[in-house]
Write a protein that binds this ligand. Sequence first.
Ligand code: ZN
Length: 365
Amino acid sequence: MLASNNFFSVRMTNVPVVELGSAIDALTRIIDEYKADDISIIILIDHFFMDSDLVDLRRPWVHIEFINTENEPTTQGLDALVSELKSGPCVHAELIIGIGGGHVLDLAKATSNLWTNEGKASDYQGWNLVKNRGLRKIGVPTISGTGAEATRTCVLTNPDTGIKLGMNSDHSVFDQIILDSALSATVDRSQYFFTGMDTYIHCIESLSGRYRNALADANSEMALSLCREVFKSEDMMSDINRQKLMIASFLGGCAVGGSFVGLIHPLSAGLSVVYKTPHCAGNCIVMTVMDEYYPEAFNEFYEMANCQDVCMPSNPCEKASDEDFSKLFDAVICHEKPLRNALGPDFHKILTREKLRDLYLRRLN
Ligand code: ZN
């Protein structure tokens, strides 16, 4: 059911062009429209695709950069990447294409922003700080769930401050995305499940929050319905299910772009900052102790994990020190908007240091 009385004060920025179909065909067409003496196109590709057909996109005017996605993107990593690209033959670049999961898509968006805005990546973490429109940018997701292809943010961890925060800006929205579910056929099954659950979690957090609106609710409901079809079926990775999940990811990204996440994302961000736990695995670890806050979703989450025979990632907090818990608390409590959305204005009184420690130490499976 849609939230009522909330048809005001909602503003969403959408991706203007969404193309469904073969990514190779679409990118070949786009790339061949350019042709220049200097490098005019930068392509960031997840290193997983180093030996795939995607390298056929190489042209004299195209620079391909393979991105190691073992660790989540950092502000320092982005600063180094932009300075390397700008000091080389890419100085005249007019287009950046990101091909990969949320990591690479966020990196492509953030590179685009830093290309035309002076300073460092950390200067733009926050809300509406990016002044100038960046390089034209195209996103091609190769795994479904993060919604990075749809959102107006690109999330980076700053190891100096211990803050994981996005560049939330209209300038962080892709100019075009290409949705080709064939690209997600080779994803590892567990990874496919954890990443798909990111969409499920975005939507249940948004629908359970205090700051709902009818537009976000409609997107969330549709994305959740697709997630249920996919993860309650026999083969979550069939052709049709990969197509459904790619659409669910996009709609979930639209939902969360027009509302807020809840308690799960801040706790997952804590794991990312302190233990470098990947975002989607972190969400699933946190989900295993959310029976108190999201009881229906908690039960359904386990139903879907059991249906797909997926084991949860191991909890890095089992041997956490007092210092670790202190860092975890700082990395969680700074996420004021989602925590307020989930727990209300008194979230500080509910999510105390002791409560957070209990949650991180519990292990239900
Ligand atoms: Zn997420």
